[in-house]
Design a protein around this ligand. Sequence first.
Ligand SMILES: Nc1ncnc2c1ncn2[C@@H]1O[C@H](COP(=O)(O)OP(=O)(O)OP(=O)(O)O)[C@@H](O)[C@H]1O
Length: 325
Amino acid sequence: MIEARSLTKRYGTKTAVDGVTFTVRPGKVTGFLGPNGAGKSTTMRMIVGLDRPTEGLVTVNGRPYAEHRSPLLEVGALLDAKAVHIGRSAHSHLRALAATHSIPRTRVNEVIEMTGLASVANKRVGGFSLGMGQRLGIAAALLGDPQTLILDEPVNGLDPDGVLWVRQLARGLAAEGKTVLLSSHLMSEMALTADHIIVLGRGRIIADAPVAELVGSTTETLVRVRTPHVEHLQVALAAQGATVANNEPFLLDVTGTPIERIGELAASAGVVLHELRTITGSLEEAYLSLTRDDVEYQTDAAVGFDPRLIASSAPVTRTSQEEQR
Ligand SMILES: Nc1ncnc2c1ncn2[C@@H]1O[C@H](COP(=O)(O)OP(=O)(O)OP(=O)(O)O)[C@@H](O)[C@H]1O
């Protein structure tokens, strides 16, 4: 469990983290989101004692990190995968870390196997690809089999197999009852991995909720109807007070009427349906809507556009996001 209370970090006149209070609970994957510069890394660094809070307090498993006698057994962190002696092999890097906590050699071999590094374990870390470096960072975080894991951008540089592996790893650790805090800018991946989301914007918490709640409260849910009798159904729906958009031939997007009612209306009006389904918003839409006013480093191209356009760099259709649902 991670508990932050009024946690604040100022660098000179810059307030990187501004009085945040949150709890990261065991048995769940908690996604830590926010635009560039929002304060995620600074918060994570304070959790593991690499930065000292200007004000406030953060504890891991009930104590500040520095007060744990064997911190690697309490919390494993991947913060900067490049922070490794490049002349060492993966194996010797992990052995050296293990030695500081009397972690047995068998555990070193175990995490090397778990992270898929067995074939390169004796190679110099300096020659590692970005993805291999990430795997080594994750191996180091897992070494002490800690109750709490903090992974900053763990899928950065990983191939699709690696991304899937991190997802399964994070879910598996949470299923074992561990506390998992994970940051990523990949919203579709976060939607598949996290149970709970904390969003930071300009150093403050702008959302702290289960994924479904966050998406449900921030985005619109609509019912998509495909029918060869668009006009007929549109009239029937309008008579019920539904809001109906007809953006494509044979297709209606309906809000304000439950899906069951639409099916019943179609049946009683003798309207044939080729499709009837609920479309819920995505985590990406929810995130972009929440952080719209908190993006510090925005490109000119992004100003004034629909966030969905910025996210996909493509014309605004819901189709690409729907496919992920
Ligand atoms: N050592 C430092 N000295 C001065 N300012 C810093 C320092 N570290 C971070 N900052 C500033 O604090 C703010 C928060 O940075 P931080 O790296 O925590 O953001 P982040 O949410 O992790 O961003 P990103 O998604 O880009 O990694 C930024 O404005 C950053 O420039």
